[in-house]
Design a protein around this ligand. Structure first.
Ligand code: HGY
Ligand code: MN
Ligand code: MN
Length: 410
């Protein structure tokens, strides 16, 4: 299998340049000008490879290599190309362009698929725009309904419908959901976003399970006042209640009894945000994950209990809204072992592992048999401009993916 490692590296760099942040950072927010430009760039790449491209009502892109028996459920692969602010150039992109190069490598060697092979670029994997991640794959899998999606608004109050039609998407949201049995399998190649593969010197991670993400928006209402004249006993400072709650999130994760529980207060806003004004309001967004649902639910209950006691002690109101609360996904064992076979067939080392980040695979696992293959990234860094995967690591991932696609589509 001859993957064009240099060409793939060039394409990753070309796509990284379509960003609202200066290099080496990549920012490509859903339905932004950069996202729209990146979609056009990708469409051209898919067409140049002879794939037939279609886009659904929310901007999921499908690039199909028709098989000789096109009526059979296709083999799907892909990932996302949107990027959170000041991210890196491999998250998601490695799985979309790696899939494209895997298809081109199979074309170059004269492979003729019996089942069609379809590359999917999922819209909105990142939660940046609407606060909810995996919008495209949630709608494809039916986890998110059309009515809920239509209600989504971004921080400026712009509606999902307004933004998607502005980005050139058309069609009803009801038309997005995939029919059961539409795909034989779905494989996603992705950087690990953790340090295990690099530390162990292993080429490929065969993902067995994808951790369950939950996210909460917390609004805290205290009472503001003059920083000089309002004496301490009379204060109901929302920012201090928020600070205590953020520490409670950390404690709940550390004391859950499992190393797999992670809690992050990634958004922490206070108002009026002025040095000489006692904060009246605070907004937090909390990300809580675990590979085990019951352990995550217990951690959530601990955080809620902490919020109740903080609210009482500090005489503030604390409202907790669930943004999402998803179950973990098990990858399909037949596909996981097939990925291991493909690593052996291509001279790559492999070990089985868990994905602690969520991916579109979390939802595609509800549509069809699904598995992921990870490639190492430097120090496990991700969601930061110095995110890096070597040309060799990306090429090995594309090679193993190509071998797996050939097995599934033959
Ligand atoms: O947050 C995540 O796990 C993914 O990178 N969106
Ligand atoms: Mn990401
Ligand atoms: Mn990703």
């Amino acid at each position: 299998m001859n993957v064009d490692a240099a060409g793939l590296e060039r394409e990753i760099d070309e796509l990284a340049a379509i960003s609202s942040a200066p290099a080496p950072a990549v920012t490509r927010i859903l339905f932004s000008d950069e996202d729209i430009e990146a979609r056009a760039w990708l469409r051209a790449k898919f067409s140049a490879a002879g794939l037939s491209v279609r886009e659904d009502a929310v901007g999921n892109l499908f690039a199909r290599w028709p098989g000789s028996e096109p009526w059979l459920p296709a083999v799907a692969t892909g990932s996302h190309t949107d990027a959170i602010p000041n991210a890196g150039k491999f998250d998601g992109v490695a799985g979309v362009l790696g899939a494209l190069e895997a298809v081109r490598a199979l074309q170059r060697e004269g492979f003729r698929p019996r089942r069609s092979i379809e590359i999917i670029m999922f819209t909105a994997e990142e939660p940046t725009r609407f606060g909810l991640g995996c919008l495209g794959s949630r709608l494809l899998s039916g986890v998110l309904g059309a009515a809920e999606a239509a209600d989504l608004r971004d921080a400026e109050g712009r509606s999902f419908d307004g933004l998607r039609t502005g980005a050139g998407c058309s069609g009803s949201l009801d038309s997005v959901r995939l029919s059961a049995g539409c795909y034989r399998a779905f494989l996603e190649m992705h950087i690990e976003q953790g340090p295990l593969l690099e530390r162990a010197g292993i080429d490929i991670g065969a993902v067995e399970k994808i951790a369950a993400p939950a996210a909460f928006r917390v609004r805290i209402q205290g009472e503001g006042g003059h920083a000089g004249a309002l004496l301490m006993p009379a204060r109901r400072d929302a920012s201090l209640a928020a600070a205590e709650l953020a520490l409670a999130v950390e404690r709940a994760a550390l004391e859950s009894g499992s190393a797999d529980t992670v809690g992050t207060t990634g958004v922490f806003r206070i108002e009026p945000d002025a040095i000489n004004s006692v904060p009246a309001r605070a907004t937090l967004e909390i990300d809580l994950r675990d590979t085990n649902l019951a352990t995550r639910d217990r951690a959530e209950a601990t955080i809620r209990a902490a919020a109740d006691s903080i609210a009482e002690r500090r005489r503030v109101q604390i409202g907790i809204e669930v943004i999402n609360s998803d179950a973990p996904a098990n990858c399909d064992e037949e596909l996981v072992s097939m990925i291991c076979d493909s690593t052996a067939a291509t001279g790559c080392s492999v070990f089985r592992m868990i994905s602690r980040a969520y991916h579109d695979s979390l939802f595609m696992a509800r549509v069809c048999p699904t598995a992921m293959l990870f490639i190492p990234c430097r120090n496990g860094w991700s969601h930061r401009p110095d995110e890096f995967a070597s040309r060799e690591a990306v090429a090995k991932g594309a090679t193993v993916l190509a071998d797996a696609l050939r097995r599934l589509a033959a």
